[in-house]
Design a protein around this ligand. Structure first.
Ligand SMILES: [Zn+2]
Length: 479
């Protein structure tokens, strides 16, 4: 069996296998961060490490490049830890067991962490190689990207003087990413009062919807179960007024809600259930091309129930029915890109309040701020508490990007065709860096990977070699 260490470029795969031998799941950053510091010391390179375990290693310009502006290389140190049921790995202290399958590297029974270990390996290989041509290099190794970009947001940006950056956290070599969404969490608590009633409770369950990532899949046609439930309840209320006990759907702000359950107390529960079934059949037909698995079921049980007071029930239905949700605007600069969106990911009923949690996103800062304003205005019509937080900046598309043009040129020289220039409607660390300055020039690239964040994660060896080669050529022309 061929050895990973025999693969080319040798120093890239040497560092990659060293990284894979060090446990480095999100939240477990101490050892891998120290490894980077030890590397810097061994190679006589200046380095800093901060309280969040982020590391920056500086390398001087090669001869002839001393007067050039610095370039930032960036990747994240943490990986998503997933394993098969059979694997007995302890991610806290064990390394990965790599294998080679044709052109692909995998890890036995676990994620590989090529996202983003291969970026770290390429950066170390560049820092080590004294024969390369490049401007001053600022290599930034961030921590805990996979759990909210925690390292990047804590990084002291004044440690960097570069205003152009190659982020290597992408997984399709034919794509150069040039913009990402910023976002914020928008949470609303609607206070409710209750009374106790005796009667029949109808449990309405909407399920089987596709769900998906609330950023990159917000325009996939997936239906949000919370919003669909509001539609059913509103229709029902006009025919059979009822009292709400609870409505609950979703547990992740960044996922399109696939299921929602409402409990209501009503008279003639059997008749109401029949009415709902008919209406659900109509909806099923309407959304059949986008939601094949949709189902709506009813269960009836009797007893004493704490229900919302009638005005609260009415307010809640109206609020959920009309709240903005989904795609708000498309980009006019990049075809097919959702520019601004939001998703009601969590709807949760408590004893004294109902909580609605939205993930707001936009690839433009001003549009994100406007969406926040709009939501505040919408909820100002009812009594409620609004909390915003978890905000991260977008990486806005730039018409002029010398780095993008140079990368595309070098890519085309290698592959014979130009790469696709894309933007994504989700957060990347590039957003945090590009917020530093209006003139920040940035691209996100990376070698071919499949199945990231799963036990089927694979990294292409040939694509890694090609990507590394293009990066070296770009560096040598960054005068
Ligand atoms: Zn990543």
């Amino acid at each position: 069996m061929s050895n990973i260490l025999d693969l080319n470029p040798k120093n890239v795969f040497k560092y990659f296998s060293e990284i894979c031998s060090i446990p480095h799941g999100s939240g477990n950053m101490e050892k891998i961060s120290q490894y980077c510091m030890d590397f810097a010391q061994k190679h006589g390179l200046r380095a800093v490490r901060d309280a969040a375990n982020n590391v920056i290693i500086y390398k001087n310009a090669s001869p002839g490049y001393e007067d050039c502006a610095p370039v930032i290389l960036q990747g994240h140190l943490d990986m998503v830890c997933q394993k098969t049921d059979e694997s007995d790995i302890d991610f806290e202290c064990d390394g990965l067991e790599l294998f080679l399958d044709g052109d692909y590297i995998g890890a036995r029974g676990t994620t590989l962490g090529a996202d983003n270990g291969i970026a770290v390996a390429m950066m170390l290989a560049i820092l080590e190689d004294t024969a390369l041509c490049h401007p001053p290099v600022e290599a930034v190794f961030t921590t805990d990207e996979e759990v909210g970009m925690l390292g990047a947001v804590k990084l002291n940006m004044s440690l960097l003087s570069g205003r152009r950056m190659i982020n290597m956290d992408s997984e399709d070599p034919s794509v150069v990413t040039v913009s990402c969404a910023g976002g914020s969490d928008f949470s609303v608590n609607i206070p409710v009062t209750r009374r106790t009633v005796q009667g029949s409770c109808l449990e309405i369950r909407v399920s089987g919807l596709r769900g998906g990532h609330s950023g990159v899949e917000i325009n996939s046609g997936a239906v949000n179960a919370n919003i669909l439930m509001a539609r059913i309840l509103n229709k029902l209320y006009s025919e059979f007024p009822f009292d709400i006990v609870s409505i609950d759907g979703g547990d992740k702000g960044n996922a399109i809600t696939p299921a929602c359950c409402a409990k209501i107390v009503c008279e003639n529960a059997d008749g109401v259930a029949e009415y709902i079934e008919k209406y659900a059949a109509l909806i099923k037909e309407e959304i059949s091309s986008r939601e094949k698995g949709f189902s709506c079921t009813c269960n009836i049980f009797s007893g004493n129930f704490d229900v919302l007071m009638t005005p609260d029930t009415k307010t809640l239905i109206r609020t959920l029915l009309c709240v903005p949700n989904g795609v708000i605007d498309m980009s006019m600069e990049i075809a097919g890109l959702v520019e601004t969106s939001l998703n009601l990911g969590i709807l949760m009923t408590g004893e004294k309040a109902i909580n609605l949690s939205f993930a707001l996103r936009s690839n433009k800062m001003s549009a994100l701020k406007f969406l926040e304003e709009k939501m505040c205005a919408y909820f100002s019509n009812i009594e409620c508490d609004i909390k915003t937080g978890g905000s991260y900046p977008p990486w806005e598309y730039k018409n002029d990007s010398a780095l993008r043009d140079l990368y595309c040129e070098k890519y085309a020289e290698k592959y014979g065709t130009a790469p696709t220039v894309e933007a994504i409607h989700a957060g990347l660390e590039c957003g945090v860096f590009s917020a530093v300055s209006k003139d920040f020039d940035c691209i996100s690239i990376g070698p071919e990977m499949h199945g990231i964040h799963t036990v089927n994660e694979r990294l292409s060896v040939s694509s890694t070699a090609a990507t590394y080669d293009i990066v070296l050529k770009v560096l040598s022309e960054l005068k």
